[in-house]
Ligand binder design. Structure first.
Ligand code: FES
Length: 238
């Protein structure tokens, strides 16, 4: 850089994105969804994370082929996609089980018995945290605070809260997952968005109202303790 050239700060300028030839790995349907996602953003590379989730939704994890397609769509290299994905806990660049079971061991959950629960889970599943059971059904994960500190120890399956668990209820939960899971409550791993955004940065009011009503109903079913926690959370999280 010459001494007269101004110092550049901020992200590197976007490279022009060549029109991608077509999917090498993504399904035609997901390729079309991906193209629509890219169109939502002023800069194609801004769609990188949503596209990673889309590719993960297809395969259950972010495969090399999926990363290649994402790279082609946003005009970066597959290595850049990989480098970005490895920064985020919710993106998996190695295969995980059908169900990703996350046990929080942060402070509130630790005080509520998370260490004992994790030890029990490792023993009953026969894998250490980070491992996948031999049948490929469960990947056990030790997680940081999952933001549900009023129900400890907090457990998620495929990033959906399943409530505080005891060793006994944990085993029952795993048995239920092995028997087919809770399809209405727990989607396949990688599925984060229940409502796909399909136009700009807006959402259909009726869909928003429907989602909020469902959330309120789920909250009511959790009982008074959840309401106390929710009130505290709404104050704490702004
Ligand atoms: S400390 Fe476990 S959910 Fe917050």
């Amino acid at each position: 850089m010459s001494s007269t050239e101004p110092l550049r700060v901020g992200p590197p300028p976007s490279r022009p994105v060549a029109e991608p030839a077509g999917p090498r790995h993504l399904s035609q349907e997901n390729w079309a969804r991906a193209r629509a996602m890219v169109a939502l953003y002023p800069e194609p590379r801004s769609a990188l994370i949503p596209l990673c989730h889309l590719a993960q939704e297809q395969d259950g994890w972010l495969t090399p082929g999926g990363m290649e397609d994402v790279a082609a769509l946003v005009g970066v290299t597959p290595a850049e996609v990989y480098g970005t994905a490895t920064f985020y806990d919710m993106l998996h660049t190695e295969q995980v089980g059908t169900y990703l079971v996350s046990i929080c061991t942060n402070i509130a959950c630790l005080l509520g018995g998370a260490a004992d629960l994790l030890e029990h889970a490792e023993s009953s599943l026969g894998v250490n945290a980070g491992g996948t059971t031999a049948d490929g059904v469960v990947t056990l994960e030790e997680a940081e605070c999952l933001a549900d500190c009023d129900r400890v120890p907090c457990v998620q399956v495929n990033h959906r809260f399943v409530g505080a668990q005891t060793p006994e209820s944990f085993d029952a939960l795993v048995a239920e997952l092995r028997a087919g899971g809770r399809p209405d409550e727990i989607p396949a791993h990688g599925t984060l968005n229940r409502v796909a955004r399909d136009a700009g940065l807006t959402a259909e009011p009726a869909r928003v109202a429907s989602e909020r009503a469902a959330m309120a109903e789920a909250q009511a079913q959790r009982g008074p303790a959840a309401e106390v926690g929710a009130a505290g959370q709404s104050g704490g999280r702004g």
